[in-house]
Design a protein around this ligand. Structure first.
Ligand code: KMH
Ligand code: ZN
Length: 317
């Protein structure tokens, strides 16, 4: 016999929560926060700490050690990966987004060399404006930062259909699991096109990137819409999904995703604050916040091996 009034709550199965920590990125400039890891050693240590705190995946960019400028140098990536591997079993996801100034060839060169378990795969060209960060910086630590942020006002993050084909070939040849970056609804349709052309096939892992100036914003209805659209296009059992709330929407969207059965990405690449006006002192601190939220919402945290089986990541390296 049910309750006298009210309605039944429909129980449904939820996967363990995969937390990705995006360690340094290319959009955060060093003058925005003293806590941004720069050298291969700092990036690796920060990734290891984030993993110890509960991240099952780390998303990795490289920077020039001397001034923090975003780099595509495979030697830097190699050092970061080796350092992480010495101490951690975490899944390593290497960027192919790179930075505003790199070609697609530069962005992807490292993947066939290092054959990581995952790599990012950006699914559309967008304006990717960073100039809104400028007023937050009083003194620039390095010469390149001011012009880098200013130039982003006139920058298109290029990810064309030709680029998709190039990336599809790479992920297929290296059997790398793509982190499919969706910055707007059209990017889901781009992915659907690639599926129809047999260039990529489900199941896949979608990463909704919300709050970039140039892409979809981070409102609750925006996330519901992306999730609904992905379900209609691909079927609910054919994808896993995670959310990035860039900037202020990070915690709100993460909470929504934990509740909806999605997964979460946080980290200094995407957001530098632990709460309004307070800088996060580490990537681990941001991961800790998600672990606490998940505990409150009764969602178990996935280990890296759990994530490997959820994502069906290739066994051989
Ligand atoms: N920086 C994020 C907003 C990539 O590395 O391929 C998106 C990103 C892209 O992580
Ligand atoms: Zn990235």
């Amino acid at each position: 016999m049910g309750p006298a009034c009210g309605h039944f709550v429909k129980e449904y199965f939820m996967q363990k929560l995969m937390i990705t920590a995006a360690i340094t990125g290319a959009a955060t400039v060093p003058s925005l926060t003293p806590y941004l890891p720069i050298t291969p050693e700092e990036i690796a240590n920060s990734a290891i700490e984030a993993a110890q705190m509960g991240a099952s995946i780390v998303h990795i960019h490289a920077r020039r050690p001397e001034d923090g400028f975003p780099s595509s140098d495979p030697a830097l990536f190699k050092e970061i990966v080796q350092r992480i591997r010495e101490k951690s079993n975490v899944i390593i996801c290497i960027t192919t987004g790179g930075s505003t100034l790199m070609t697609i060839e530069e962005r992807t060169a490292v993947i066939p060399i290092l054959r990581p378990e995952m790599c990012s795969f950006n699914l559309g060209s967008i304006n990717f404006a960073l100039h809104k960060s400028l007023p937050a910086i009083q003194t620039f630590k390095y010469d390149w930062e001011k012009a880098y942020l200013e130039k982003s006002k006139d920058f298109i993050f290029k990810n064309t259909f030709k680029d998709f084909e190039h990336l599809c070939r790479i992920v297929q040849e290296t059997k790398t699991c793509p982190e499919l970056e969706i910055y707007d609804v059209g990017h889901l349709y781009n992915l659907d096109h690639l599926v129809n052309e047999n260039l990529i096939s489900p199941p896949f892992h979608l990463q909704f990137v919300m709050g970039v100036l140039g892409g979809i914003r981070g409102n609750p209805e925006d996330l519901s819409f992306l999730h609904t659209k992905a379900t209609v296009l691909f079927g609910k059992d054919n994808f896993t999904w995670s959310v990035i709330g860039v900037g202020a929407s990070e915690i709100n969207l993460s909470t929504m995703a934990i509740h909806m059965g999605g997964h979460v990405r946080v980290g200094l690449e995407d957001n530098i604050y632990i709460k309004k006006g307070v800088l996060a002192k580490s990537n681990a601190a941001l991961v800790q916040k998600i672990v606490d939220l998940a505990n409150m919402l009764n969602r178990e945290i996935a280990t890296s091996d759990d994530a490997r089986s959820i994502l069906n990541i290739r066994k051989e390296l």
